[in-house]
Design a protein around this ligand. Structure first.
Ligand code: ADP
Ligand code: ADP
Length: 222
């Protein structure tokens, strides 16, 4: 069934058409990559699905309901991590929970579980500036996963880590996705990255931001 339905979405910034009549849908549980050159509107599209931006036209449905703002059903991972520098790893991850100030045993157990899931054991009390890029994005992923969202939105999450770390994070992400069964929309400018990860690839054109083509990939999943 369709989890995300994007219909004729347009978004302009003054004279720039960031998105022009974009339509596609993402099935429940699908790993969908949106690929295209810098400036083709990928971030704008992801922010619209997240409810962080309101397009000028068209509609975005999540589970059949129009998006009217951010929600705990959609977790977002940002290219530049967007971690709170004055919070520890534990504090950043806790911030993703419905009740970020809560230190009840259930919330603490959930944070513990997330730390283990993304391989940050031993770094609970570190601050972001003490971590490598790959480690910072593990925190970003754990924070996005904290409320157990149906949908994971990822904006070039591994664009700032070295190739070796990226390969490892790809494997870890697919492993997590296999466990959670979430619907993933993963944005990248790197077609190789897209075909490595995706069930389905949405290819965008820069001028103006439109969908050029879509194709499916039959991957042998573990
Ligand atoms: P991508 O993520 O594919 O690089 P973006 O969605 O960031 O693309 O940007 C799409 C287009 O909209 C680009 O031409 C960009 O310069 C423009 N744009 C994005 N955000 C803004 C903004 N806040 N103000 C003005 N122009 C913007
Ligand atoms: P990068 O993104 O810089 O390539 P990774 O996230 O792949 O780094 O981390 C590489 C290794 O370095 C990991 O196994 C991790 O245990 C270790 N590491 C990363 N950051 C730190 C840190 N702040 N202190 C100690 N070890 C670290």
């Amino acid at each position: 069934s369709e989890k995300i339905t994007i219909q004729n979405v347009s978004r302009s910034y003054e004279s720039t058409h960031a998105l022009a009549d974009v339509s596609f849908s993402v099935a429940e549980g699908e790993f969908c990559c949106v690929v295209g050159p810098s400036g083709c509107g990928k971030t704008t599209l992801l922010r619209a699905i997240a409810g962080l931006d309101d397009p000028d036209g068209g509609s975005i449905l999540v589970g059949g309901d129009p998006v009217t703002g951010p929600g705990l059903d959609r977790g977002m991972v940002f290219q530049e991590y967007a971690l709170f520098p004055w919070r520890t790893v534990r504090g950043n991850i806790r911030f993703g929970l419905d009740r970020p100030a809560c230190d009840c045993p259930d919330c603490e157990a959930r944070v513990r579980e997330l730390i283990d899931l993304v391989g940050l054991d031993g770094f609970e009390d570190a601050y972001p500036k003490e971590l490598s890029g790959g480690m910072k994005q593990r925190v970003g992923i754990a924070r996005a996963l904290a409320p157990d969202p149906d949908i994971l939105l990822m904006d070039e999450p591994f664009g700032s880590v070295d190739a070796r770390t990226r390969d490892r994070l790809h494997a870890e992400l697919l492993d997590i996705w296999t466990q959670t069964g979430q619907t993933v929309v993963f944005v990248t400018h790197d077609i190789d990255e897209a075909v490595t990860l995706a069930d389905r690839v949405i290819v965008m054109d820069a001028d103006p931001g439109t969908v050029q083509s879509t194709f499916s990939i039959d991957l042998e999943r573990p």
